[in-house]
Design a protein around this ligand. Structure first.
Ligand code: ZN
Ligand code: FE
Length: 258
């Protein structure tokens, strides 16, 4: 879940916590977009000077809402060459989990940014998807993250290759399995043009066959999105064979029954 600090979400951690209790959740986690080393990198993440405030707000919500467990995490962009920066971030606070995500497939193009949708029209989706999954594999193999976020984000606007992209997915998933990372079932895709959970069923079925663990996320960018479509997410997980998911505490994994 996100907070107002990333500048494209709304609401305070306390509002997300209150909303989570109202919909019957017993645990939530914040994973707002991490800062970059330089604040001008883009306009959809917290500034470096806001990182401590973010941690304080989540910590305060923990105190104010003892009825629910609140995990402190970050969603970090994986960019080749940024590994030292990611390690630096990892050591700055007592994170419960770090989500590694790919939004950028090349400098200056964050493929899920609605303001840059025109770039998709000038590209071959097969090449973009290949670049995306290649970078996602690097993220999974980096050992920097506990969870890989929104695995097939490249489908967001509906630009899907006509050729079979599963070989790229399988290569990614085998890296995930080898690295012992989890993937998330993220319901935000249902709220986007693709109208589908991230990842798609064939990807999740392949993940299950490789014993890859899962987590659940609404990717809420507003308090009323907390836990959105979780019944569909759990049904999909069970359909694919899953009986358990993971929760994280101080970067240690705990298995929970669905
Ligand atoms: Zn966001
Ligand atoms: Fe993301």
């Amino acid at each position: 879940m996100h907070t107002r600090l990333c500048r494209h979400a709304t609401g305070e951690p306390a509002q997300y916590a209150a909303s989570a209790i109202a919909v019957g959740l017993t645990e939530i986690g914040f994973s707002d977009h991490s800062p970059m080393q330089t604040d001008g990198f883009d306009d959809w993440r917290m500034r470096l000077s806001e990182l401590d405030e973010y941690v304080e707000l989540v910590t305060r919500a923990r105190t104010d809402f003892p009825a629910i467990r609140i995990a402190l995490g970050l969603e970090i962009d994986f960019l080749p060459g940024h590994e030292d920066w990611i390690r630096d971030l990892a050591h700055r606070h007592n994170w419960d989990y770090l989500i590694g995500s790919v939004h950028y497939v090349e400098p200056g193009w964050d493929i899920d940014n609605p303001a840059k949708i025109s770039t998709w029209h000038n590209r071959n989706p097969a090449e973009v998807w290949a670049a995306y999954f290649d970078r996602l594999s690097q993220a999974a193999g980096s050992g920097l993250f506990d969870i890989i976020g929104h695995v097939d984000l490249c489908k967001k606007f509906g630009f899907v290759p006509e050729t079979d992209f599963m070989p790229h997915v399988r290569k990614f998933l085998s890296t995930v399995a080898r690295a012992g990372v989890a993937i998330e079932i993220n319901t935000a895709g249902l709220r986007k043009q693709c109208h589908e959970i991230y990842p798609s069923r064939p990807i999740l079925e392949a993940a299950f066959r490789l014993n890859i663990p899962i987590t659940f996320g609404s990717d809420a960018h507003a308090p009323d999105e907390v836990g959105a479509d979780f019944p569909s997410a759990v049904a999909l997980a069970k359909d694919c064979g899953y009986t358990h998911s993971l929760r994280f505490q101080q970067r240690e994994r705990h298995v929970a029954r669905l």
